[in-house]
Design a binder for this molecule. Structure first.
Ligand SMILES: Cc1cc2nc3c(=O)[nH]c(=O)nc-3n(C[C@H](O)[C@H](O)[C@H](O)COP(=O)(O)OP(=O)(O)OC[C@H]3O[C@@H](n4cnc5c(N)ncnc54)[C@H](O)[C@@H]3O)c2cc1C
Length: 355
């Protein structure tokens, strides 16, 4: 089986977006296919590359990054970076700290506190640094997987194209949220491991907007919602031009109950709660002329509510390998972005040791 699609090698980051340098790819087979280019898939790919193993990341997103992607908006002729998923990484393990120090030394991240790391100017800078040199196919959804003799065959649907195509690989790593991994297995007619099926994720509505003509003296401000607020947290981050990027997250239970609600209704609810909280905190009313057009983003799968206590999962049926933030390490000590990072890294070492 051969692959004749155009693959991008993730190149030097331009304006901190994940750069896509087009590669001429002749027909070829893939030694290791990684489904999902979020933190887990990228840490796996980066490590495999370091260890000399060729791999290809396939992601259904227009850009890789998953739940650590950032958005760029223009507000009053200033470009603002907004993290629409994770705004920071809690660093507890020595392994992640070593990588974090490297990102900091390259100007891609900085320490907010002794253990909280943020991307510079946004989280996508970190993922961009991790992805350098990795091969990736974006806007391509893996629909199903089957085994043909000694190879896996992936059915992939590239957005904008009518017919799916096939990619063959010697090994497959599934680096998607647990529920999306279940979906791929079900679409493939494969058995879903019970531990995987048991995972459920929270949901989250996010509000994003820019704020200008205000001097708040701090670069980063966290405002916690009160008990009566619909918002759990509001974060303000000063941008290089002086404006602030604001991201507000709705409380998880309320988000879950409003997942099917109309975007406009959500936007109005979140915006008015956000303005009330900002006025309460800073004491001066904010005029609408200071704010950019607000946007809302719905995360159907935000964070896993439970985890499997293992660094990665291997399905006995087809020898498929799974990584992600829903895996917690052998002692259950990893959480969220750190869990995703360490899970991907552990599996890469395992693959390298067993090949
Ligand atoms: C609003 C929000 C706030 C958060 N805040 C924090 C925080 O403060 N600290 C923290 O540590 N963590 C936080 N998190 C969690 C953190 O973002 C995640 O734990 C981490 O990014 C998960 O990485 P991952 O690689 O496991 O999954 P993802 O980032 O979800 O990556 C999976 C990738 O798989 C792709 N994909 C899915 N299905 C397919 C398919 N069939 N074919 C091809 N591609 C597919 C997706 O497009 C995606 O890019 C937050 C998350 C959200 C949503």
């Amino acid at each position: 089986m051969s692959m004749t699609r155009e693959v991008s090698r993730l190149g030097a980051a331009k304006d901190e977006e994940i750069g896509m340098e087009k590669l001429d790819t002749p027909s070829r087979d893939i030694p290791i296919a990684i489904i999902g280019g979020g933190m887990a898939g990228l840490s796996c790919a980066q490590r495999l590359n370091e260890l000399g193993h060729e791999c290809l990341i396939i992601d259904r997103g227009r850009r890789i990054g998953g739940r650590m992607s950032s958005k760029r908006i223009t507000h009053q002729r200033e470009q603002l970076w907004i993290d629409q998923g994770a705004p920071k990484i809690d660093v507890h393990s020595e392994v992640l700290r070593e990588h974090a120090e490297e990102w900091v030394s390259k100007g891609k991240a900085r320490w907010l506190t002794s253990h909280e790391l943020i991307g510079e100017p946004s989280m996508s800078a970190i993922l961009s640094a991790m992805s350098l040199g990795c091969d990736a196919l974006s806007s391509a959804e893996v629909y199903s997987i089957r085994r043909d003799d000694n190879q896996f065959v992936l059915t992939v649907q590239q957005y904008g194209e009518e017919t799916p195509f096939l990619i063959s690989a010697d090994h497959v790593v599934i680096a998607t949220p647990a529920e999306q991994s279940v979906r791929i297995l079900e679409q493939s007619g494969l058995i879903v491991p019970a531990a995987l099926r048991a995972i459920q994720s929270s949901t989250a509505w996010m509000l994003m907007l820019g704020l200008s003509d205000i001097d708040l003296e701090q670069d980063w401000i966290d405002i916690q919602g009160t008990d009566d607020d619909p918002l759990q947290e509001i974060r303000l981050r000063r941008q290089s031009g002086g404006s602030y990027a604001i991201v507000a997250e709705m409380k998880p239970q309320l988000s879950a109950s409003l997942m099917a609600e109309d975007r406009q209704v959500i936007q109005e609810l979140m915006l008015s709660s956000c303005m009330t909280a900002l006025n309460r905190r800073f004491g001066t009313p904010i005029a609408s002329s200071q704010c950019s057009e607000p946007r809302v983003h719905r995360w159907g799968l935000a964070r896993p509510l439970t985890q499997v206590q293992a660094p990665f999962l291997i399905s006995s049926e087809l020898d498929l390998r799974f990584v992600g933030d829903w895996l917690s390490g052998p002692r259950g000590e990893w959480r969220n972005a750190e869990a995703a990072f360490l899970s991907g890294l552990s599996l890469a070492d395992h693959i390298s040791n067993t090949r």
